[in-house]
Design a protein around this ligand. Structure first.
Ligand SMILES: Nc1c(NC[C@H](O)[C@H](O)[C@H](O)CO)[nH]c(=O)[nH]c1=O
Ligand SMILES: CC(=O)[C@@H](O)COP(=O)(O)O
Length: 168
């Protein structure tokens, strides 16, 4: 199913956890900042809308999406951070460079999440064009930042549920 079939800002919100005491890191790539700033705004506003406290949302900036992996690891290793949201936009260029970045970031963020056992969310757009990027950053297909934030919230809810059963 493509973003054309499922709006990135429309999701089920029943049964969400209380995130008022949860601390989030939002990592933002500077490449294509005219789009990544929209992703950040969507992620930040979604966290606030569903109960996060502003003082519990920390922002970090990296040069490009490739650096989201290392930056996410540094935040995820901090004891006070409950979840990391990594935001970037990798637009297809003339060479295969975007493919290498995208695969590295997807695998890298997965590795960080598995290593730290914390939600590390892949909020990276991989469009063919700037137009496609903007359509997914508050345009006709919603905002990938909204989706990334909601994914972090839901994963924290799952973690609490799993931990609750495991404590008995
Ligand atoms: N072309 C894009 C990049 N390229 C930069 C890399 O992410 C990285 O910073 C560089 O290779 C040095 O390690 N980054 C994006 O986020 N988006 C692009 O479209
Ligand atoms: C992936 C990018 O958009 C940037 O690194 C430029 O890519 P290219 O050199 O393939 O045009």
């Amino acid at each position: 199913m493509s973003s054309a079939d499922k709006n990135l800002s429309v999701f089920k919100t029943d049964g969400l956890p209380d995130i008022s005491s949860r601390k989030f890191a939002i990592l933002v790539a500077e490449w294509n900042s005219e789009v990544t700033e929209k992703l950040f705004e969507g992620a930040y506003n979604t966290l606030i809308q569903y109960g996060a406290e502003a003082e519990n949302i920390e922002r970090g900036n990296v040069p490009g999406s490739f650096e989201l992996t290392t930056g996410s690891l540094w935040y995820a290793l901090r004891r006070d951070i409950d979840a990391v949201i990594a935001l970037g936009v990798v637009i297809q260029g003339e060479t295969k460079h975007n493919d290498y970045i995208n695969h590295a970031v997807a695998q890298g963020l997965t590795n960080v999440s598995l290593k730290t056992e914390k939600p590390v969310i892949f909020g990276v757009l991989t469009p063919n064009t700037m137009e496609q990027a903007l359509e997914r950053a508050g345009g006709i297909h919603g905002n990938k930042g909204d989706e990334a934030a909601m994914t972090a919230i839901k994963m924290l809810g799952l973690y609490s549920e799993v931990a609750r059963h495991g404590s008995h």
